[in-house]
Write a protein that binds this ligand. Structure first.
Ligand code: NDP
Length: 334
């Protein structure tokens, strides 16, 4: 399958071009960017045959079957809708869009067009998160009581741009990292957050957008989720803990783009190290996306998963803004 990459981004350069090229018969043949010079330099650097500032030109190429969208967040909607209208399968970065209405329209348009649409939530593609889900589903920790997500990191200098300065481009730690954590909670617990309370702040990086957030969510089962995201924590490490009536899972260093981290299961029987496959998270996501385009299974994270993670993130921001407990309203997107 030939791909058009829309957005000459860091994530594409660091992970996604390689993830596509790792799949047999797949290549990135177009690069679309808003800046002609940047597009040309980027395409040359990554061996992408054609570069353009005109999305329609790339989408008009009948050899292109899929678009991967990793522009800044406010551009995802128009670009995804154009790709869907051109009959391309779409793998879109999170957050899918700026509003739930936009994200919902994208997913519905893809359904109507009969193309595959997926959200690039990489964490649920990792061997570590899948191993944790396996332990929960196998009943190893009994009834789940709570999930604590530690995702306060230090935003690297090369990414300290629109994310910390531009609300218009979709900046802020909530659309950036809370969306991922919402997806993790939904993936691990198999249910959708119901209500949220939250606080957010700017602790040194955010200029007009939040760079840190803490929130507490309730789940329909009665389980509670505590979620912490930040751009300003150089030494906090990352991780998650799932606590149940029969055991606890401690996963250190697993809220990351790489197949790393350590998982420990603690039960009445003692402490056990949990192993997991160390495959590339993004290659796994692309492989499952491609299988879905062939009618084999579903993408790791579907469009609806992206709509729901955005819905939770926006509820967290609303809760932090208003100080009220917010019911997460999925509308008809159940
Ligand atoms: P970047 O800041 O690296 O790139 C975003 C856009 O900025 C590019 O698409 C490009 O615009 C423009 N840009 C970047 N560098 C230059 C330059 N030197 N000159 C001119 N323009 C430039 O963004 P990220 O890669 O960090 O994020 C992109 C998207 O991917 C976001 O939606 C983000 O949320 C998501 N993301 C997802 C991750 C995941 O693990 N799933 C991880 C990281 C990001 P243009 O579109 O015009 O080319």
């Amino acid at each position: 399958m030939k791909w058009a990459f829309v957005g000459a981004s860091t994530i594409a350069a660091q992970f996604m071009i390689r993830a596509v090229r790792a799949q047999a018969g797949n290549d990135v043949t177009w690069l679309v960017s808003g800046n002609a010079d940047h597009a040309a330099t980027y395409a040359a650097e990554h061996g992408i045959a054609r570069a353009t500032t005109d999305l329609a030109e790339a989408l008009a190429d009948p050899d292109v079957a899929a678009a991967y969208i990793s522009s800044t967040n406010e551009k995802h909607f128009d670009q995804a809708m154009a790709a869907i209208a051109a009959g391309k399968h779409v793998l879109c970065e999170k957050p899918l869009a700026m509003t739930i209405e936009q994200a919902t329209s994208m997913v519905r348009a893809a359904e109507t067009a009969g193309v595959t649409f997926a959200t690039n939530h990489h964490l649920r593609c990792s061997g570590s998160h899948r191993a944790i889900k396996g332990l929960i589903d196998a009943g190893r920790i009994g009834r789940v009581l709570s999930l604590r997500i530690h995702h306060a990191v230090h935003l690297p200098a090369n990414l300290q741009g629109w994310r910390i300065t531009s609300a218009k481009a979709g900046g802020g730690v909530i659309p950036d990292i809370t969306v991922h954590d919402a997806d993790v909670a939904r993936f691990l617990l198999g249910e959708d957050p119901q209500t949220v309370v939250a606080q957010m702040t700017s602790s040194g990086m955010g200029q007009g957008v939040e760079d840190s957030a803490m929130s507490v969510w309730t789940m329909p089962s009665g389980a509670m989720v505590m979620s912490h995201e930040s751009f300003t924590h150089p030494f906090a490490g990352s991780g998650l803990e799932v606590h149940g009536t029969e055991g606890s899972i401690f996963a250190r260093g697993v809220m990351t783009q790489n197949p790393v981290g350590k998982i420990t299961l603690v039960t009445a029987a003692g402490t056990e190290a949990v192993s997991y496959p160390a495959h590339d998270l993004y290659q796994q996501g692309v492989a499952e996306f491609l299988a879905a385009t062939r009618g084999d299974g579903r993408p790791a994270a579907t469009g609806w998963d992206g709509v729901k993670s955005l819905t939770v993130a926006l509820a967290v921001r609303e809760a932090a803004t208003t100080g009220a407990r917010i019911d997460v309203n999925y509308g008809e997107n159940k």
